[in-house]
Design a protein around this ligand. Structure first.
Ligand code: ATP
Ligand code: MG
Ligand code: MG
Ligand code: MG
Length: 563
């Protein structure tokens, strides 16, 4: 049986002041309530209370992943370079990747996400269509050298992610695996008690559900999304992010790559291409001989820049706006991994990021791509304030004025298609005896980020305020007095514990009731039970942390209420 957790023995030191460098509510409160401790920039230690919340979240995630038939594995975080070189991400990730060498000088990396390695595992383990579909997941430490990790565990350089991957032989199969994950995520976030929206990571104008993000509205969020107050429409406006996906079957123009030592501006690019640089450019479409060969797809990243280079025929290229996408969902294709991200962000709006606009791919001469990277080429804050949709713009669904809100990305689901399967030639023997190329999905949840997202959404002026299933305990019993109160508090705690209630009891000697109350509010367990003034009569006070409602009750009744 679980033990009563006694504050007198728990390693928890609460702080009255916010840490000097803390900017977000979750950063301040998780540190002050003794859940986490900063070890280095973006690198956090999880203390006993924090570890419990983290584990509770992992537990929910695990149950729901198991429920859809996903199998848990654990892959290494320390990875060889070669698979990432094969996929192109060793380069594409740029500064985001932690790279290191072993004693023999061989290159390694700390995994930022694991598409490559999972593909290899499945190539090794699954050889026939009978072995598929398969869904695999892990809850594991990830590493990304984020440019400005300053929001506490919201954006770590080391963080916990649940990542899963689906492997199917058909497009219908992939769709099914994707929908299973989508439904599992809905259950997970509902159980966590998070307020969330599912937004298409592809702009509404382009349709398609091939990538969706789960966003938790919160002022501390670094994503902006458009929300219709009138209908169910919600979309990510991270549309300053452009990825250029070549359209299959288009004519190839001659290759030309901008060869400039500086990141060219949109004006430079436009001049080079001989097209007007529109200040309101919302999306990028590249046409060659009237044929659209590449599209700027909001929310899509990690693209093969080289492919665009192949298509570019500068004299004939024109840049057009979002309206050109209307009714052409077929233009959205060929996109790939979800997690090349930060390396491949294209800012096409000169109002936002002057001096950053364009990226070119390497051509046969080996001239290299120059990428625009958030945090390196421009201030992340500038980027955050940029949205493609403006407040009050008409909702594509119902015409009502859109609202813009900040949110935290807590999950991301992707239909990857065959990009990684192509890279690693992942085929299985099909029903007809011929090899079939496998199609993949990848699905992430920020487990450690969810702790912070919950703190952001649920905290109040007094402190943290956890939803029941993730709280580090169900009841926080406070011994507000001397020996008599402590004795009663411990007695009630044992009774509750025996009934399966998770109890944290503040039995600290020499700590005033006032300090104990303040700490209980700060720590944020949903129910607070106080053994105080009326302990001699066996009367305790039961308080709801969220509503503040309080009631005096005989011990037996209080126990009954809580079990
Ligand atoms: P962001 O846009 O916030 O940088 P991402 O799009 O780069 O996130 P994904 O590659 O989609 O992240 O990873 C899957 C999930 O992992 C994200 O939805 C998020 O919840 C979580 N995550 C990503 N980066 C971090 C980080 N630095 N710290 C904590 N959680 C993270
Ligand atoms: Mg990122
Ligand atoms: Mg993102
Ligand atoms: Mg993402």
């Amino acid at each position: 049986m679980a033990q009563v957790q006694r504050m007198s023995r728990l390693m928890v030191k609460t702080l009255r002041d916010d840490p000097a460098d803390a900017e977000t509510i979750s950063h301040k409160l998780l540190v002050r309530a003794g859940y986490v401790r900063r070890t280095a920039a973006g690198i956090w230690s999880w203390l006993p209370l924090g570890k419990k919340v983290l584990d509770n979240i992992s537990h929910i995630v695990r149950e729901e992943m198991d429920a859809i038939g996903a199998q848990e594995v654990l892959l290494p975080a320390l990875l060889p370079k070669e698979p990432y070189e094969a996929s192109g991400r060793w380069e594409e990730y740029g500064d985001l990747l932690f790279r290191l060498k072993d004693r023999k000088g061989a290159d390694y990396l700390l995994g930022p996400t694991h598409e490559e390695i999972f593909t290899q595992v499945v190539k090794d383990q699954c050889t026939s269509y009978k072995d598929l579909p398969v869904m695999l997941y892990q809850i594991q430490t990830k590493y990304r050298d984020e440019a400005r990790p300053r929001s506490g565990v919201l954006r770590g350089r080391e963080f916990q992610m649940k990542d899963s991957y689906s492997f199917d032989t058909t497009d219908e199969g992939l769709e099914e695996s994707y929908q299973l994950h989508r439904a599992a995520y809905q259950k997970i976030f509902a159980r966590l008690g998070l307020d969330y929206r599912i937004v298409s990571a592809v702009s509404g104008a382009m349709g398609g559900s091939a990538s969706e993000e789960f966003l938790a509205p919160a002022p501390a969020g670094e994503d902006t999304f458009a929300d219709c107050p009138n209908c169910s429409y919600a979309a990510n406006t991270e549309a300053v992010t452009f990825a250029l996906a070549p359209v299959e079957g288009a004519e190839h123009g001659p290759v030309e790559v901008l060869d400039t030592p500086d990141t060219p501006t949109i004006e430079t690019l436009a001049a080079h291409l001989g097209v007007p640089a529109s200040a309101t450019l919302k999306n990028l479409l590249v046409k060659v001989d009237g044929e659209i060969v590449a599209v700027g797809v909001p929310g899509h990243r990690d693209v093969d820049l080289g492919k665009l280079g192949e298509h570019l025929a500068p004299a004939e290229v024109e840049l057009v706006t979002a309206e050109d996408f209307e009714g052409r969902p077929d233009l959205v294709r060929g996109y790939v991994g979800p997690q090349g991200l930060d390396k491949v962000r294209y800012i096409a709006d000169p109002r936002v990021a002057p001096g950053t606009a364009w990226v070119t791919g390497a051509n046969e001469d080996g001239k290299h791509a120059r990428n625009v990277v958030a945090g390196r080429d421009f201030e992340v804050d500038d980027y955050l304030d940029v949205v493609v949709v403006e407040e009050g713009d008409p909702c594509p669904n119902c015409g009502n004025g859109l609202k813009l809100d900040r949110a935290i990305e807590i999950g991301h689901i992707f239909q990857l298609g065959r990009k990684y399967a192509d890279t690693f030639q992942l085929d299985v023997l099909g029903q007809q005896g011929k090899p079939v190329r496998v199609t993949m999905g990848s699905y992430g949840i920020g487990v450690s980020r969810a702790v912070a997202a919950l703190a952001e959404q649920t905290a109040d002026g007094q402190g943290l305020c956890w939803p029941a299933e993730v709280a580090p305990a169900d009841v926080h019993v406070v011994a507000a007095g001397k020996a008599l109160q402590t004795e009663l508090a411990l007695e009630v705690s044992e009774k509750l514990n025996a009934a399966g209630v998770r109890v944290l009891v503040d039995d600290r000697a020499g700590v005033s009731p006032g300090v104990k109350f303040t700490d209980a509010e700060l720590i944020g367990v949903p129910k607070i039970l106080v053994a105080g003034r009326r302990s001699a009569d066996g009367i305790v006070e039961l308080k709801d942390r969220r509503t503040g409602e309080r009631e005096e009750l005989p011990v037996a009744e209080a126990v009954a209420r809580l079990t």
